[in-house]
Design a protein around this ligand. Structure first.
Ligand code: FAD
Ligand code: SF4
Ligand code: SF4
Length: 490
């Protein structure tokens, strides 16, 4: 069958059909269609089956990519699904939203010269087909262990751990302050990147497998952390990071300047069929407005593209570095440009001007200044500095601030001072055991890494589940004290 592979010399790289930008602007549907079976097999057959597959090395889950590509090329899709789902809890989600250009595909050996194998699209195709054909099964154990775990946070980190632990036979309880399961996959990431049905069908299946969700339950507010610990043999904290970074500038308190996540959550809630008063009142709506989004990461890209779909009069992204130095995925910038977003590179806000001067009324413009890139700092990143006398104004009656996220003060929120944090406020864990300073309390995902990616949260959740299992088993065998703790070092 090897002759089916190595087709990259003959076949061009192709992703599934991308909807025309004019159509995309008018709705919140995903922008890519699905591969036809023959096209998926053909694209998978472009893989050269490398002895050392760099795609796999650079996938945070170390997915066995060459094997599932080969199986897809051979039309053995059920086996491809088995291989792909062995290392990934949500392959159809990663296939849609991983920044493949920085991970697997960006490191594919045929990327230069021929164009990478379309790994993400094939991964999505395999699992979407598995769902259609009923191959995706609820996580059910062979036998119950009679022990329970509590997981705080129903985002990808918490869910990945929940699935692993349930399959092992634990009684799994997931607590979340929101009314739906999925974390940022539901309330942060917009529908045009990840349709919500893709997440909710997993939720329903997890329930079918016996995982118990306690929604609208904020730990530290509705349920004490100590009480939660007392209920379970071990606890996982997977609460993500939500505190929006702020900037100090004249006029920052004007009406019409809103945080990115509030804007995106309102839009996602409306997409889920809810009435959202802040959208109806216009407070969080871009419709008819001149919108400026400040920031250059993936959250900023999601905001500009959401604003376009809400019918903004104009959408500008203001970012202080240039295109080559922005943190967001290039692919997202390209999509945004196609959809009509204007980019003001090398520009930073200096002040926000209101309808009644800098201190009053609604924002009417952003006063920005030009920046230039200087020498790299200690981290290797080029520093930015303002260019004198380079001010310019951008018309804006909605400004969305997308400057990134920090963790909230979790020890305070949970009333647990022994829960130690790093200087960035992320939870300190022993990176071998993923245990915090508290015995039996583990942590995973953004709350440990800082704002990161879904695929890393999945990896952490799976690893934490394994460590929790080992710890509970060791406790049962009376060996708990044999495990060293090393959380003191950052
Ligand atoms: P989260 O997904 O944040 O889930 C944490 C959960 O914990 C939430 O449901 C929250 O309600 C709950 N919680 C918090 N505190 C409590 C408490 N006290 N009690 C009970 N529950 C609590 N990543 C990608 O890979 N690709 C993308 O395209 C992408 N786009 C993004 C777009 C936006 C706008 C944002 C903000 C992020 C994006 N990310 C993307 C990053 C990705 O969403 C996160 O890295 C990932 O969701 C982190 O997973 P997590 O499980 O650690 O936390
Ligand atoms: Fe690539 Fe992400 Fe899939 Fe890994 S999980 S193969 S990085 S798309
Ligand atoms: Fe195939 Fe590219 Fe991975 Fe090599 S690096 S195994 S060509 S997908």
């Amino acid at each position: 069958m090897a002759d089916r592979m190595l087709q990259f010399v003959r076949l061009d790289q192709r992703n599934p059909e991308k909807r025309d930008a004019a159509l995309r602007r008018a709705d919140f549907g995903e922008i890519y269609g699905e591969f036809e079976p023959a096209a998926a097999a053909a694209q998978a057959s472009r893989c050269s089956q490398c002895g050392v597959p760099f795609c796999q090395v650079h996938c945070p889950l170390n997915n066995n990519i060459p094997d599932w590509l080969k199986l897809t090329a051979e039309g053995r899709l059920e086996e491809a699904y088995e291989v792909s789902s062995a290392t990934n809890t949500f392959p159809e989600i990663c296939g849609r939203i991983c920044p493949q250009d920085r991970l697997c595909e960006g490191n594919c050996v045929i990327e230069k010269g021929f164009g990478a194998v379309t790994i993400g699209s094939v991964e999505k195709y395999i699992t979407d087909t598995a769902w259609e054909r009923g191959w995706v099964k609820a996580p059910k154990p062979r036998r119950e262990l009679g022990r329970s775990v509590g997981i705080i946070g129903a985002g990808p980190g918490g869910l990945a751990a929940a699935e692993r632990l349930r399959v092992r036979g634990y009684d799994v309880h997931v607590y979340d302050r929101h009314d739906r399961v999925g974390g940022l996959m539901i309330y942060g990431i917009p529908n045009f990147k990840l349709e919500k049905e893709v997440v909710t069908r997993r939720w329903k299946q997890f329930e079918e497998g016996g995982i118990r969700f306690h929604l609208d339950t904020a730990v530290g507010r509705d349920l004490g952390f100590a009480e939660l610990r007392a209920r379970h043999d071990a606890v996982l904290i997977a609460t993500g990071v939500y505190k929006a970074r702020e900037m100090a500038a004249p006029g920052i308190g004007l009406a019409g300047i809103v945080p990115a996540l509030a804007f995106l959550t309102a839009s996602n809630r409306a997409g889920l069929g809810e009435r959202v008063p802040e959208l109806e009142s216009g407070e969080l709506s871009a419709a008819g407005r001149h919108v400026v989004v400040v920031g250059g990461g993936d959250t900023a890209m999601d905001c500009v593209r959401t604003a376009v779909r809400q019918g903004a009069a104009s959408v500008t992204c203001l970012y202080r570095r240039d295109r080559a130095n922005m943190p967001g995925s290039m692919r997202e910038v390209y999509h945004a440009e196609e959809e009509g977003v204007r980019f003001e590179w090398l520009g930073a806000p200096e002040a926000f001007l209101g309808s009644q001067g800098a201190e009053g009324g609604r924002v009417r413009a952003v006063l920005a200044q030009r920046m230039h890139l200087g020498l790299p700092d200690a981290t290797g990143r080029q520093q930015v500095a303002p260019i004198p006398d380079s001010r310019f104004e951008l018309r804006a009656d909605l400004v969305i601030m997308a400057l990134g996220f920090d963790p909230e003060d979790l020890p305070a929120a949970f009333g647990e001072a022994a829960l130690t944090v790093t200087r960035w406020g992320t939870l300190k864990v022993d990176h071998r055991t993923m245990m915090t300073a508290l015995p039996g309390v583990f942590a995973a995902g953004d709350i440990v890494r800082g704002a990161s990616l879904v695929v890393w949260a999945i990896r952490d959740g799976r690893d934490a589940a394994e460590q929790m299992h080992l710890w509970i088993q060791a406790q049962a065998a009376g060996q708990a004290d044999a495990r060293p703790m090393a959380v003191a070092a950052e």
